[in-house]
Ligand binder design. Sequence first.
Ligand SMILES: [Zn+2]
Length: 165
Amino acid sequence: MPDDFEDLLTANREYAASFDRGHFDGVAHAGVAIVTCMDSRIDPLRMLGLQHGDAKIFRNPGGRVTEAALEAIVLGVHLLGVERVLVVPHTRCAMTVSSEAELRERIGSAVGIDATWQRFHVIDDQLAALHEDVRRVVSHPLIPSTVQVGGFLYDVDTGLLDHKV
Ligand SMILES: [Zn+2]
């Protein structure tokens, strides 16, 4: 059977051939959790000087602190060694440049069916959203005040993080 994923599976076999990280635990070894955007320009571990096993990473469009992100952070803090949480949206994010209606229109016309029922959670004011997202983590009843929480804007053109909150 032809496999649409064959190129990736071939690469995976090469990866596994020299794989030496078996029996590794799932703890965040640097005590870090990162909530960031799904954007392919972001390399969450390398941008912080971290490596395999160091951090818990939760990604979604825009890098928002959603209910699912909070669920991940609570688990990370209590079960997986997380002591610092970084919320990292970025410059030139697709979620900040289009309106909900524009995204629905573009995707609806690409597929040829109505897409007005699909939510995309676009971001009107990125800095206000970052403040709100950091507040959601800090004020969560199951996340103790000993956990450090910061909001940062990642510049996809310079690679620099700007500590905003
Ligand atoms: Zn983005």
